[in-house]
Design a protein. Structure first.
Length: 346
């Protein structure tokens, strides 16, 4: 028993801070789940960098994800000050009883002082001196010499205040419930196989209006990321954007949890079929008989107005734009998606 354990019954709202990169933030996801499992009444918020927000955006244990802009540091002094004041006001309004900071970032110390929570937890940092040490009510020890997984190190912050995770309660949480979202992979390494950004955005808005959550993915290549940026700029609906962040195995795990995959003729479309996820596939100059989704419930959308397809060309006349694909109407794609979403999954 921890002698100075925190009485979670007296905590209404907690803030967990993890200002690191994508993988680090994902490895902190069990902290939120363990806190919620231990004290279901808690409202738990997160504070992360803006470009890592998507790693926690749909975490079922998190009420609000607050962000620090990575670009604030390079902004003009008055703009940076404006951002910081706005964030501080937002956090103060939440009136946190517990602050848990999972890194040695100096922001943790000034947040502990500025927000004034009754309890605050951080890793020991002897080199930061008295200011750091006196900013927190509880300090937890980092591994010295021995090797310890980052997930367990993060959970040590909770152990320090008397919260011990169950053996089966330490799984990573991407915040995407199984069959709770539509996986949309709009890109291909070949641009002539891609549907236009405005039509893809219109489809996302239609799906969102029908109550569907949409998760976007793309390869970590600039042309694909540029397409996703254009899609998001044209969207009214909010999406989870994991573009450029997943390995192929992670992509397979993600699409295996989706209720539907929507995309063009590309490797992720075949991965979705291999994982047993229903597929809506848009085909232009390539042949669906040779390359369509295999062995899974699917709908293939092709142009009925272009007798020249499948031509196998890299766009009409070699111009990198395939009219048989770019003219495919949103209504047909949306109708195919709704049909598969309504069908029982095998």
């Amino acid at each position: 028993m921890v002698p100075d354990a925190v009485d979670l019954g007296a905590v209404r709202r907690a803030l967990v801070v993890k200002l690191r990169h994508h993988g680090d933030v994902l490895l902190a996801s069990p902290v939120f789940a363990v806190l919620r499992a231990h004290s279901p009444h808690l409202e738990i918020d997160a504070l992360v960098y803006d470009d890592t927000r998507e790693m926690l955006a749909l975490h079922p244990a998190i009420a609000t994800v607050h962000t620090v802009g990575r670009g604030w540091r390079s902004a003009a002094p008055h703009m940076r000050l404006s951002h910081e004041i706005r964030l501080l006001r937002t956090l103060r309004a939440r009136r946190y009883d517990l602050l848990v900071t999972l890194t040695e970032h100096p922001r943790g110390a000034w947040l502990a002082r500025a927000l004034g929570p009754r309890w605050s937890v951080a890793p020991e940092q002897p080199h930061r001196g008295r200011l750091w040490r006196k900013s927190f009510t509880h300090l937890y020890r980092l591994p010295r010499g021995g090797r310890r997984h980052a997930v367990e190190v993060n959970l040590d912050a909770l152990r320090r205040i008397g919260i011990y995770p169950a053996a089966d309660g330490r799984a990573l949480v991407l915040g995407l419930a199984e069959q709770g979202f539509v996986h949309l992979h709009p890109a291909s390494r070949w641009r002539f196989k891609c549907w236009p950004a405005d039509r893809t955005a219109a489809l996302i808005d239609r799906l969102a209006a029908a109550g569907e959550r949409v998760v976007l993915t793309a390869a970590p290549s600039e042309p694909e990321l540029e397409l996703v940026r254009a899609i998001r700029a044209a969207c009214r609906a909010d999406t989870v954007d994991l573009s450029g962040q997943l390995t192929l195995k992670q992509l397979a795990a993600l699409t295996g949890r989706a209720k539907l995959f929507v995309g063009v003729d590309s490797a992720p479309m075949h991965i979705a079929a291999a994982m047993g996820t229903p597929v809506v596939a848009l085909f232009g100059p390539s042949g669906e008989l040779e390359w369509g989704p295999w062995g899974v419930a699917s709908r293939v959308i092709v142009s009925e107005a272009h007798a020249c397809r499948p031509c196998g060309n890299d766009g009409c006349g070699g111009g990198k734009v395939s009219e048989c694909l770019t003219t495919l109407p949103v209504d047909r794609v949306f109708a195919a998606a709704r049909e598969l979403l309504a069908a029982p999954r095998r």
